[in-house]
Design a protein around this ligand. Structure first.
Ligand SMILES: Nc1ncnc2c1ncn2[C@@H]1O[C@H](COP(=O)(O)OP(=O)(O)OP(=O)(O)O)[C@@H](O)[C@H]1O
Ligand SMILES: [Mg+2]
Length: 275
């Protein structure tokens, strides 16, 4: 590996549903790589899992924002996330001129997970990230491919587990000492008054979580942000508009509680503009 920094970019399910936004995202990603950045893409897709499950007569139940995953629900998760959604995104990235390879956390034992829930296993086949083996990602990046990772982990016995995509991305970013970009359907993290916060410290994020100002899908994003910041890199949350505008404006940059990230460490696009 050379010293060029890696960015883990997690893109939400709504942005990669069939339609114009997935092409927008693919154009942005292809442009980043053309400029010499190395990306690892992680995707969500929970809404499509719920739709497919409903069509099969499986109701969706969520606890603390996590999908309760029975054995048949795990089959749907694998079919939709590691299959259809992953292939669609790889196809769009390829069409945008970005050679990319679809995989999941099972591949190369990339993302080992342990049963989530209290007690563990109470959510079914839901895993929380335990260990990352980045060799497969590094190998693909060396070969000029952009890895596209479906949010599935594997336990020590080889059992696939459903892992929240934000938490998976945070774990990969931490292991790769990479920047983390969480691309979602809101322009950034909102405060109690609904305004988007341009900057948010980890301790302020804890406060938003405690007060319920940050809830549902924002909870794992803030948890993932904290995990990734532990690797000393930068974290950003926002939507496609904000992503395209960055760094002029838009999105929320998460900063460590005591210091402003790592001195001199600014996200990709900003570094590039300064260069
Ligand atoms: N304080 C907050 N600021 C902004 N959004 C918030 C906040 N609290 C909760 N949210 C919710 O978080 C949602 C984003 O998470 P969500 O899980 O829905 O999308 P995603 O993670 O991008 O997609 P996927 O789950 O498919 O990967 C927003 O649509 C918003 O409703
Ligand atoms: Mg989500």
């Amino acid at each position: 590996m050379n010293e060029r920094r890696i960015a883990v970019v997690k893109v939400g399910g709504k942005e990669i549903a069939p339609g114009p936004s997935i092409e927008r995202f693919a154009r942005w990603a292809a442009a980043q790589v053309r400029r010499g950045h190395r990306l690892v893409v992680v995707h969500g897709g929970g809404d499509e899992v719920s739709e497919r499950a409903a069509a099969l007569g499986l109701p969706t139940e969520k606890r603390f924002g996590q999908r309760v995953t029975s054995a048949p629900m795990l089959e749907v998760v694998l079919e939709v996330l590691a299959g259809r959604v992953n292939a669609r995104l790889v196809g769009c990235l390829t069409a945008a001129g970005l050679p990319s390879v679809g995989l999941s956390g099972v591949s190369g034992r990339l993302l080992t997970a342990v049963l989530a829930g209290d007690p563990p296993g109470s959510l079914g086949f839901v895993g929380k990230p335990a260990q990352v083996r980045p060799l497969l990602l590094e190998t693909l990046l060396e070969g000029g491919y952009t890895p596209v990772v479906a949010p599935v982990g594997v336990d020590s016995a080889g059992q696939p587990l459903n892992v929240n995509a934000d938490l998976a991305a945070g774990a990969l970013a931490r292991a790769l000492r990479a920047d983390l970009w969480l691309v979602t359907d809101v322009p950034g993290v909102r405060d109690a008054g609904g305004s988007v916060l341009a900057r948010l410290s980890v301790s302020e994020a804890h406060r938003l979580l405690r007060r319920g100002t940050a809830r549902d899908g924002m909870v794992p994003k803030l948890q993932a942000s904290e995990a990734a910041l532990g690797g000393g890199r930068s974290v950003w949350i926002g939507d496609l508009d904000a992503l395209e505008r960055f760094p002029r404006s838009g999105g929320t940059t998460i900063v460590g509680s005591r210091r402003v990230l790592v001195r001199g460490a600014v996200p990709l696009a900003q570094r590039e503009r300064r260069a």
